[in-house]
Design a protein around this ligand. Structure first.
Ligand code: BGC
Length: 436
């Protein structure tokens, strides 16, 4: 559990990130500003996010455009680093310094923690005027509320348990279709390797390892196991034979990655699939934003399929913005406009078309969306009634950040150390899950 006093510890780390932070990845130039001339300073919205890869930057540029059209100036507070760990550290330092941004990309149980600190604004007025209670799935609305009041606004629904594949690479390797089971997957990976290509494109941050791990565990153990182990953090499930099998499978996946994976960003791994250097990537559908930005078509250039063994499940990852308490009435009005814009149909469509996710707002027209998004949308609804809809632990939707952070580290220690036994991997992950 974090507290504002603990936040101070983050300040030093944050300044290091700012000082040593690599340059943001090249992104297409945002849409030209349509902003009117002089905008009062109070009407400027400063928005912290970590959307700096190609498809991500295109998506956030649309929010900027919409806000500018509403007469607000946009102050971009982008902190590079997939998965958002860097962004969260920098955010903490800004809040400790008493200078929070108007809005910040915060999600899952962390929203509750920030709200408990008393620093978040109440968005009920906008939520009521815009009917959020009827426009949002209950499972999402609950996460956005603290003590019954809205303190955050959801942007989208990302599905995490995807497997992306390059169609030409599969053809070249003689793989007829996307593998549906882990056995089929390893048979396909062998063929790709024999064809002289990289079977699995993987990157080098711990959140990427955890992203792959949760899909493997879900595929090996099924949703009941996933819920016991990664939502309830049940020690019996975490130390079970299923967990052993999941780690064995996870290690086998690693044997099909290339030696240059450590340190690689997720979007560069996606680029390896786009450029026909690698066959598969396990990644949420923000990867589709990269395929889209590169002009690639699903079903033709690339294939989206549920990770092996997970077709009846959906690990969800809902991006959202929490608003910080600001004193000035004009600044508060700008926050309200931002919140309303995010839930508006225009933004929900154009943002999600670029981002690879699906709208979080119910009953949206999906005509312009591709088959991957349509499948995601159907599976989101279907799994909500079968029990297959589960929060992604790797993307901070399932357990508090302190617990997922410890588990993320343990999973990466296992992934990075081929000499660590599976039994030791199981016990260190289980121990990390007991972090409070
Ligand atoms: C976020 C996505 C983002 C991805 C890579 C995820 O945790 O939910 O919006 O694209 O990280 O940075």
């Amino acid at each position: 559990m974090f507290t504002l006093s603990k936040l101070a510890i983050a300040v030093a780390a944050a300044s290091m990130i700012v000082a040593c932070g690599k340059k943001e990845e090249a992104a297409p130039a945002p849409a030209p500003a349509t902003s009117p001339v002089a905008v009062p300073a109070e009407s400027t919205v400063e928005v912290l996010h970590w959307w700096t890869a190609g498809g991500e930057a295109k998506s956030v540029a649309e929010l900027k455009r919409i806000m500018q059209e509403k007469g607000h100036a946009w102050k971009d507070f982008a902190v590079a680093g997939g998965g958002g760990d860097n962004a969260m550290t920098v955010l903490k330092s800004r809040v400790v310094a008493g200078n929070p941004p108007a809005a910040a990309q915060i999600k899952g149980p962390a929203i509750q923690e920030w709200a408990a600190e008393g620093v978040l604004a109440n968005l009920d007025e906008t939520a009521k005027a815009e009917n959020w209670d009827t426009l949002l799935p209950a499972v999402v609305a609950d996460v956005m509320k603290y003590n019954g009041n809205y303190v955050a606004v959801p942007v989208n629904v990302h599905r995490v348990n995807w497997m992306w594949a390059n169609a030409a690479v599969l053809k070249k390797a003689g793989v007829a279709s996307a593998p549906k089971t882990w056995d089929e997957f390893f048979a396909a990976a062998e063929k790709v390797k024999k064809a002289g290509l990289i079977p699995v494109a993987h990157g080098g941050q711990n959140w990427q390892d955890f992203t792959t791990f949760e899909s493997v565990a879900l595929g090996v153990g099924g949703t009941d196991f996933y819920k016991e182990a990664f939502i309830k953090l049940d020690q019996k499930a975490l130390t079970s034979a299923t967990m052993t099998k999941a780690l064995e499978t996870f290690r086998k996946v690693k044997s099909y990655t290339d030696a240059a994976a450590p340190g690689r960003d997720w979007n560069l791994a996606t680029a390896m699939v786009i450029q026909e250097k690698a066959a598969f990537q396990f990644m949420g559908d923000w990867a589709k934003g990269e395929f889209t930005a590169a002009g690639k078509a699903p079903g033709k250039d690339y294939i989206c399929a549920a990770a092996p063994g997970t077709a009846n499940a959906f690990t969800f990852n809902v991006d959202s913005f929490a608003m910080f308490k600001l004193k000035d009435a004009t600044a508060q009005k700008a926050q309200g406009d931002l919140a309303a814009a995010i839930m508006g149909t225009e933004f929900q469509e154009v943002f999600n078309l670029n981002k690879g996710s699906i709208p979080v707002r119910l009953n949206m027209d999906m005509t312009k969306f591709d088959d991957c998004a349509k499948l995601s949308s159907e599976d989101f609804v279907a799994t909500a009634s079968t029990g297959g809809l589960v929060p992604s632990i790797a993307h901070e939707m399932a357990v508090p950040p302190a617990v997922s952070g410890a588990m993320k580290d343990a999973v990466s220690q296992f992934w990075n150390n081929d000499k660590m036994s599976v039994a030791d991997g199981v016990s260190s992950i289980a121990k990390a899950a007991a972090t409070r």
